[in-house]
Design a protein around this ligand. Structure first.
Ligand code: ZN
Length: 85
């Protein structure tokens, strides 16, 4: 893990914690992937160092996408595949 990479993870962790606090006060998901279970799961993945890896193919998920939706579990290719099913 590069210094730059862990910096991005810190930023995403803060973002997730912020969403989590927001959800405790206002349990209605404000946007995609923001329910408490998803945020919890994403924080668990951060702790286990599997955060940012696609759950289906194991490839890294683009940081730009994680910044928009930090609770993402799969990469773009797998997501596209899933929606076609
Ligand atoms: Zn994938």
């Amino acid at each position: 893990m590069t210094a730059r990479g862990s910096l991005a993870l810190d930023e995403l962790r803060r973002q997730l914690e912020e969403i989590w606090r927001h959800l405790l006060q206002n349990p209605i998901p404000a946007r995609v992937g923001c329910d408490l279970d998803e945020v919890d799961a994403a924080l668990a993945r951060l702790a286990a160092a599997t955060f940012g890896m696609c759950e289906r193919c194991g490839r890294p998920i683009l940081l730009a996408r994680l910044r928009v939706i930090p609770t993402l579990r799969v990469c773009l290719a797998c997501e596209a595949e899933a929606t076609h099913c």
